[in-house]
Design a protein around this ligand. Sequence first.
Ligand SMILES: Cc1cc2nc3c(=O)[nH]c(=O)nc-3n(C[C@H](O)[C@H](O)[C@H](O)COP(=O)(O)OP(=O)(O)OC[C@H]3O[C@@H](n4cnc5c(N)ncnc54)[C@H](O)[C@@H]3O)c2cc1C
Length: 395
Amino acid sequence: MDDLLIIGGGPAGIMAAITAAGRGKKVTLIDKNPALGKKILVSGNGKCNISNSDMSLARYAGDKNFLKTVFSCFDNKTLMEFFEKRGVILKTEGFGRVLPITESSATIIDCLLEELVFNKVTVKNGEQVLSLAAKKNSFTIKTGRNVYEARKVLVAAGSCAYPQLGSNNSGYELAGKLGHSVIPLRPAIVPIELFGDWFHKLQGVRVEAELIICGKEEKKTYSGELLFTKYGISGPVTLDASLFIIDSLKNNAEVFINFLPFYREKASAAWDFRPEKPVPAFLSGFVPKKIALNLLPVLGVEISTKCKELNRKERERIINAFSKWPVRIKGSRPYSEAMAAAGGVATAEINAQTMESKKVPGLYFAGEIIDITGESGGYNMQFAFSSGFVAGISV
Ligand SMILES: Cc1cc2nc3c(=O)[nH]c(=O)nc-3n(C[C@H](O)[C@H](O)[C@H](O)COP(=O)(O)OP(=O)(O)OC[C@H]3O[C@@H](n4cnc5c(N)ncnc54)[C@H](O)[C@@H]3O)c2cc1C
């Protein structure tokens, strides 16, 4: 009988396996995919963004005390030490993103697979766990091919996001059948669909902008690059804001784009320098010209209008509109375009110091299956590694 059977070979399951096996436990790791760590391979566009130098808890949705406890045991520095000790050199790029110096996710996966072999973890690929039953001091786990017995079980089956990499709801279902509550799931780190047609002609345009979400109780502003698509908006700032936008929708939140996050004052001051300039040419000094050309008609301003033809009030109206452009949210793109799923196994039912279930002794959870979701930038991978380590060491 195994000391620990782990369902799911993503960063959470692999880290738990290495940690527990490294301390003498007999560990089996089962994954339905033919190879482990599929999401590690695609993360950060294949460069593998495993963590972030700024571990502010504001970057996460979910129980902050739970996160604090997990990170007090294993944080971003511990993760970096873990890899660097094993010869994987990391670097920190823009926005604090931590990745291997090789900029290749294969470096991370190879290191983890070597550690599994070194620590004698039994790996079973291509087997989906179909049922999990708790007995008095052990568990019976059935896959399509085998029946396993283990003293303890860790469910690290990830989320239902990005099903093209094999993700599904099975982890939540296994947890639910053992009495765990699953907080409603929503796509996160996902592009957003808009109502209207003003953005269609902007498809492919990138702009440094702010997304301002005025919720019923909370107003939040996200900054970064915004990309227009044929259905709405994407790009880093949208992906980061997406969960808050989706969650605020039910409270009729208002969402605005600020196209002039840095230049509003300078823009306002420069109108008279070349009074003969057409307004779109003037505006293109601080926003992409396509945006100026397409949004001015929405404001009822002809694109041939010259700067000198607008009085102070009209100029102010344009600058105000570009600083607070209202967008009507239709919803998110589907899970097939979501890098994560929010919701999952309720943190109130898991002991953050051990990751053990408060309902079923010997049952553990780690990673994205738990109701914790980070923004893009390495936060989800870090939580998966951290919670996997806590589970592994507790076992
Ligand atoms: C395209 C993309 C890009 C991303 N980029 C980043 C990034 O740059 N930085 C970042 O931090 N995060 C990124 N993420 C998110 C990150 O990859 C995940 O949050 C992280 O992998 C979650 O780790 P996990 O171990 O909890 O789950 P997963 O990595 O999803 O692993 C779960 C494993 O469980 C297996 N499994 C599920 N059910 C069963 C079952 N019943 N039986 C057997 N096996 C099962 C699955 O096959 C899977 O291999 C990205 C995600 C995607 C989709």
